[in-house]
Ligand binder design. Sequence first.
Ligand SMILES: *Cc1c(COP(=O)(O)O)cnc(C)c1O
Length: 364
Amino acid sequence: MRATVEVNLKAIANNISLIKSNTAAEILAVVKADAYGHGLVPVAKCAIASGATWLGVALLEEAQSLRESGITVPIISWLTPPGSDFKRAIELDIDLSIPSLRHLELIVAAGKALGKKPRVHIEVDTGMTRGGLLGEWEEFLIAIKGAEVDVIGFWSHFARADEPNESENISQMQEFEVRLTQLQGAGINPTHIHFANSAATLTNPSSHHNIVRLGISMYGLSPDVNTLGSSQTLELEPAMTLKAEVHLVKRVPAGSPVGYGATEVTSRDTKLAIITMGYSDGIPRNTTNQAGVFVAGAKAPIIGRVSMDQFVVDLGPDSNAKAGDIAEVFGSLGYSIDDWAAAAGTINYEIVTRIASRVPRIYA
Ligand SMILES: *Cc1c(COP(=O)(O)O)cnc(C)c1O
């Protein structure tokens, strides 16, 4: 085995159960981006078995794959540019988000052409200034009256939920209430109100409404290790372990330059191991020795630049590691996903979602 992602579905089930026990809201499992790299269909099925009653994805193609796998729970797709196949979505009973007047028009037209009422969730921009209705709200309030859609939901997204003390969280919630009241004033009464992502679900019960949209926390990772603490602090169990095989072990003298650009040299006589993954597999190229692998019972920090298909770690002079050993790249034994994120100057979300599809996923 060259490299594998091991996904612990039990961990995902436990994370969902824990969060479910702390909220009255329904759970929407966010499985976009191949379930944050954990595998779309297996994770979706596990989430449903663990009590999630909704699924959320960015792309229609993702929603379609879920339907093709036989999943029947409601699925929301929220990133559907005007060129999307809305007819197919409506046919497949996929709930669509409405972030603009243009989307409303296209979705109504698709529903009419099909002779089936689209199920929609009105998305309002309450201060993140990304998706959702903002400038055309007044026109929208007129257009939505009598529009041939079934308004199931009303929703927005937080910009700073991982910083629970920031006042933007309060101003976004106030804006949300104002717009909901205006919508109700126009005679539209959506039954499913949703706002919270993982960070808001964990820190802000007043944001839960009917449904919470869980992404990163379901995978056992903290939305922000600096502000909310680690997985352990939050009692979440990371579900992903990444393993790779050792290609070579070699003894080298002190002062050996390692890798492209000779950016690092060995500080002592030591042993190095070549690990069979690289940036084409999603290993970040710019890492520091805050990351590495766990092999032969010890941590071995990365040394030199990551190449396309391989990287080098410093085993130390006394390591018993040998070619063919399986190294844990990240997991519970050595370096965590958060260690890799820190080493690469990024967030855990990016580390797990960037692991390439050429790395097989296996399930336990
Ligand atoms: C990705 C996403 C989520 C999940 O966010 P987490 O921080 O991973 O919990 C929720 N809602 C929307 C609209 C998203 O795009």
